[in-house]
Design a protein around this ligand. Sequence first.
Ligand SMILES: [Zn+2]
Length: 85
Amino acid sequence: MRILIWLALFVLVILALKKKIQTVSSPEREQKPAPPAAGNGTRAGEAETMVCCAACQVYIPASEAVYKGRQTYCCEEHASQADAH
Ligand SMILES: [Zn+2]
């Protein structure tokens, strides 16, 4: 009966090794260089340029920012707020 315990242990070790191999081989995206052309699709959120909101100093992706004059804002609300001042 003891062999069953060993068998179970063996399977567990195999599964653990498999998981380890998967986690080692998966972070391929970190090795990928950032795309040279910015604004070529917003899928790559990590590599996107971040801009600072002039009203609340929150950083947002350039594609989601609201532009008003030379300033950038995180939302229309802040853009109109700054406009009113
Ligand atoms: Zn803001």
